[in-house]
Design a protein around this ligand. Structure first.
Ligand SMILES: Nc1ncnc2c1ncn2[C@@H]1O[C@H](COP(=O)(O)OP(=O)(O)OP(=O)(O)O)[C@@H](O)[C@H]1O
Length: 233
């Protein structure tokens, strides 16, 4: 299995957040993690990248045990994390921000400035502007693009659509579909199911730090009662 999470428990100090979470993502697949505010979606992604390592359980990436390794080591192995808070450098230009994403000595290749600019034409237009002058949606695209410059084979996307206008969300959705076509495996956390059910083949629903449902995204699209129950939409 490409990514395999076995029975993890994650804490912030004494606060127990994830309870025996297990999840799998196959190579080339896009999987979504859905759940209301505060159920532990971000914590799950932070557990994988090693920012908040689980205290119990195991995480395997490409059959290597990664929990216990440092975030930079996990990133070097090919896991890219796009955090919720659009973590760009405001005082660097768009092009410089992208260059910061390059991982030297990486065995993986595929993404360069030309390819990124084909996927995100707006970033090409803005390439000499300061990162801080971009709109929220453009900053979100820049964060995704910078992470792609590190040639991740697994991309962790945390609540991309938060606070963005529907038109921007639609553009980002199209970009995710193109990133999938490049063979990147994606795990995406979202509160807004309408956005992710169209891009993911399978979904997991988190409630109070536990997986309470998993199955085909199609099932959630066809039967809104499950979403009603767990997401209250
Ligand atoms: N650094 C921290 N220290 C203590 N508790 C935290 C910390 N970060 C998050 N939490 C708590 O952990 C729980 C899970 O938070 P998490 O951010 O993983 O949820 P989420 O599902 O991603 O929700 P959101 O939509 O708010 O990001 C919440 O109750 C939150 O208050």
């Amino acid at each position: 299995m490409f990514l395999k999470i076995e029975n993890i428990d994650t804490y912030y100090d004494a606060t127990h957040i994830l309870f025996g979470v297990s999840l799998e993502v196959a190579q080339g697949e896009t999987v979504s993690v859905l759940g209301r505010n505060g159920v532990g979606k971000t914590t799950l992604l932070r557990s994988i990248i090693g920012l908040t390592p689980p205290r119990r359980g195991k995480i395997y990436f490409q059959d290597c045990r990664i929990n216990g390794r440092q975030p930079f080591q996990i990133a070097r192995q090919g896991v890219g994390f796009v955090p919720e808070d659009r973590d760009i450098f405001p005082n660097l230009t768009v092009k410089e921000n992208l260059e910061m994403g390059v991982q030297k000595n990486s065995q993986r290749s595929g993404w360069d400035l030309d390819k990124i600019f084909r996927l995100f034409p707006i970033l090409k237009e803005r390439r000499n502007q300061w990162g801080g002058t971009l709109s929220g949606g453009e900053q979100q695209m820049l964060t995704i693009a910078r992470t792609l410059m590190g040639n991740p084979s697994l991309l962790l996307l945390d609540e991309l659509s938060e606070g963005l206008a529907p038109l921007v969300v639609r553009a980002i959705k199209e970009q995710i579909l193109l990133i999938q076509k490049e063979g990147v495996t994606i795990l995406i956390s979202e509160q807004d199911s309408s956005f992710v059910l169209d891009v993911s083949s399978r979904s997991y629903i988190l409630e109070k730090g536990q997986i309470c449902w998993h199955g085909q995204s199609q099932e959630l699209r066809d039967d809104p009662t499950v979403l009603d129950r767990y997401l209250g939409v």
